[in-house]
Design a protein around this ligand. Sequence first.
Ligand code: PLP
Length: 425
Amino acid sequence: MVWHGFTQMATYADNAPLVIDRAEGRELIDTEGRRYLDAISSLWVNTLGHHVPELDAALAAQAAKVAHSTMLGNGNTVVVELAEALAQVVPVDGAHFLFAADGAVAVEQALKVAYQYWVNLDVKGRASFLALGDAYHGDTIGSLSLGDGGVFSAVFEPLCFPVIRTPGYADPGWADKACAAIAAHAAELAAVVIEPLVQGAAGMLCATPDDVQRVGEACRDAGTLLVCDEVATGFGRTGTLFASEQCALRPDLLCLGKGITGGYLAMSATVASDEVHRAFLGADLGPRTLYHGHSYGGNALAAAVALEHLRLMESRGVLANVRTRAEQLSALLAERVAPSPVVRQVRQRGLMVGVELAPPEQGLRWGRRVCAEAVARGVLLRPLGDVVVLMPPLPVSDDEILRIVDALEGALEVVAGGKDAPRSS
Ligand SMILES: Cc1ncc(COP(=O)(O)O)c(C=O)c1O
């Protein structure tokens, strides 16, 4: 039996789970043959839709060569090619890539690299991290420590290490407070870790590029490292390939995941600047070495798909579509969703959207109920608490944007009127 993450298995069957059998374009098809527009990009990983012929072909061609060979000490052609191609587009100076399989691991690696960077430079005392309120960086213990807790992770708090925490994007003064704390703690900070522009898992809380840029400058002034976690925002979601670009940031460490393979295979990467990487050079097997690695880091199948995916992002003009469709979505939400008395706020950067609901009391599970109604209308949505997330694949069409808004509007009306089917959980 499968044990589903973030899922109460005792009530699993009562929540009418979809079992997906196959996909076509932007639609998922379940075992009953019903079609759903994948309006959450399969939990934010899918970029170009499903079953993309070019990605399928890249995968098959690589499988005919070699599926995987270790990147610990040795190399693999396609992984080297991917690193070279990514180095041209990531906002990191002299980029070096440490590949892994999950976003949380990209963050773990960044933490260890940032910590050891100062050890290698023989700078004492820089062993703390500053992270923001409402932050989410993954579910491993290091990334959970950076995250701002919440009901789901409270049980693990005794396992986590302390961080310096300043308010997140929900506080209009967050950047001033972060800059002040960075200056005050300069001597003890190994790194500052942020999700540039959008705190996704917090419910799509948004910052302005100027505020994010100021925090980057504060890091430079304090001489601490800046880690940009673009696991969610990377690969086009906000309208540029990376959100850091809009904030004029050149982070010392960049975390990538999710969309890196277009949502095909598990791959992530910690990208280090040349300056950071140089601090790890030294004697063979010496103490400056980064003693960290994962069995499947730099998987060749994933690398082949990621490489082709990068080419398609460019050749298909995907980012232009994100910007056009984001404007269309923004206008429709302003007209048909934001005025609803059951909606508290609509937040959006590019094709990352959070529609925060305003339930009259706690415990009504409106987020889940609205999404269930949207699913019944053939649009797959999944909430974060009472925030309904919309994150369609990047080539989404104007008709599909309309389909999403139609389904959401209908779902909101039904749930607000208490007319939806009762659910046990
Ligand atoms: C900003 C950010 N960092 C890290 C992660 C963790 O990535 P993964 O689920 O691949 O471990 C997520 C996942 O949503 C994320 O949004």
